[in-house]
Design a protein around this ligand. Sequence first.
Ligand code: T1G
Length: 707
Amino acid sequence: MNDLVQLTKENGIAVITINNPPVNALSPGVPQGISEALDQIAQDASSKAVVLIGGGRTFIAGADIKEFGKMTSGKPRGEGLLPFLLKIEDSKKPVIVAIHGTAFGGGLEVAMACHYRVAVSSAQVGQPEVKLGIIPGAAGTQRLPRLAGVAKAVEMCTTGNPVKAADALQFGIVDRIIEGDLLPGAIAFAREAATKPAPKTRERNDKLGNATENAPIFSAARETVAKKQRGLLAPVAAIKAIEAATILPFTEGCQVEQKLFTECLFSDQSKALIHVFFSEREVGKIPDVPKETPLLPVKSAAVVGAGTMGGGIAMVLANAGIPVLLKDADQLALDRGLATIQSNYANSAKRGRFTPQEAEERFKRITPTLSYDDFSKADLVIEAVFEGMALKKEVFKELDRVCKPGSILASNTSTLDIDEIASATSRPTYIIGTHFFSPANVMRLLEIVRGKATSREVIATCMQLSKTLGKIGVLVGNCRGFVGNRMFGPYRREAQFLVEEGASVVAIDKALSDFGMALGPLATGDLAGLDVGWRIRKEYRHLEKPGIRQPFVEDNLCELGRFGQKTGAGWYQYDEQRRAMPDPVVDDLIRKWVTVAGIPQREISAAEIVDRCLYALVNEGARILEEGYALRASDIDIIYLNGYGFPAYRGGPMWYADTVGLKQVYARISEFHRQHGEIWQPAPLLARLAEQGKTFAQLGKEEGAAV
Ligand code: T1G
């Protein structure tokens, strides 16, 4: 044995316990430890059966994802876990796996190689590999259909979604739910099993169905994947591997799975998704805000402004169990805001996201008010009023007066200066930005904007609060537009320039959605409302550098009242269901305006459209990193995946640039610089990394940043 795996015995039942915190991953040493324990048990006549259990908070959560880099760096992968799982399955003494927490990936594959599986009701099982761009690589696609049937196996391996213990029992993955303590329950089950034959999962073929029954399952699955997981390799591979299980003997089926697993593992998509997995966990690590920073209480909250954002934020707080005051200056606006919240809850209950009772409970946690009277009780106040500095400062001045000392005052501003807002109060250390993304009760991203004076406790509290709210909180610096919107400006600027240079509205959006963006840049403007950017541009017109080309078509559309979906027309026409249709009126207007402006028109390739828009993102992201407004390139990636519909299987804009190669990205940006002037000045950091042959990902490891 080793210190990762312990062997004990309880009245003739051997107990193998895995201790590899935090999630008992199958790191090197764990399979070996279990294997050695099985050898000892085989020699011990007094052991009649075996219980395999995880120490700490969970059973095995999967292979050690940190090890994948070694597998793809050319080191031979060897036979992997297959021989180890066959050894468990061929054990003469029945092996019972006892599951708590999660049996995910390799953890479920180990469990399925055991003869019986028991679990506590709170346990979950799953094959989430597809979320890492791979498929189960240890016969999961071969054993799961044998236990749960083909349809369930296809669903679990293509979505990667977890399955609760009760459902796993129903599907045939788990044999018994243990009430009370898991280990004694599992030992009692093992005592019963010791007198029975030890069924080998690989020999159980009764649930594999036949070609006639399976054909519609596989074709339906392929259709679903093509629609819902557009462009992803792993779900398609998972279906192929399970199909092999239904037509080939187990060993040959495993060979097909291994081939498909390796193809996925070496794909750019998997490398990107593994980058995302670790990056999502990295965002919470802030160099000068240590883990043990004390947190402030957030047991009650208040939101100022009952508009779209304020209402959504109030829902997010109520959904997290936090009672929240929702204030507006105007009864009509308050009533409208509450009505929107009520209909959102009704729709969610109708869609089964939660029960009508839960919806009612959440709604009741929101208390409308026209005054600041009860704000003195709030631990946290989030301002979500009109995006104008004067009004915000007025609100914060009032909040400073009515709120208790020690309460956090946050602004949901999407671009305005947090320090200037803080200057309207006597408590700048308690002022912070909490930039939600619309719709706030849906979008996962939350930019936490650090002001110069914001205290570590307030930052740590808001980072923890983002988890409580089910958001992914990313700490950003207080530059104009923070990180996401600051980068989105050049991205949408290029899209508008491309329209003005001759590319069609449809071609531009198609090029970016073919790349994988959830929505093209112009359609995104229609969704958010073109007037939002138009108002900010007007407010900052005086800051624009003279002689620098500015896009004008979108402003012209706004002058015509074409704000996008909210007015039924913007870059596109919209029907009652808000379905977008190309609008020949817009095409004619554009042609007229660009002719008057004397802009030469030309054919523009999809490749140029993608490069101009995406490299504008990357160039601005490099500036943000260099100026210290983002801690890591991977934080920028997480912002774009969770707030702007960037495809996760591309890893994010900075990871995508690393994948292309910064030398090539720099060369292309330098070309745009020559063609389009100063706005394409390459970011010095990008030039430096390209020169040194380095990547943005490496940067995060070497230099901390100033956020
Ligand atoms: N490998 C390595 N580290 C892991 C890990 C894993 N599988 N899972 C979690 N961690 C780290 C994580 O990075 C974090 O580290 C800490 O554990 C706590 O994680 C052979 C090939 C299990 C639901 O995809 O879904 O098996 O930041 O913050 O919120 O065919 O972790 O503290 O330094 O997420 O309580 C398949 C991935 C792998 C499961 C727990 N398995 N993990 O959530 O904690 S591929 C997975 C999770 C595979 C087989 C194939 C979650 C969790 P740090 P956490 P959590």
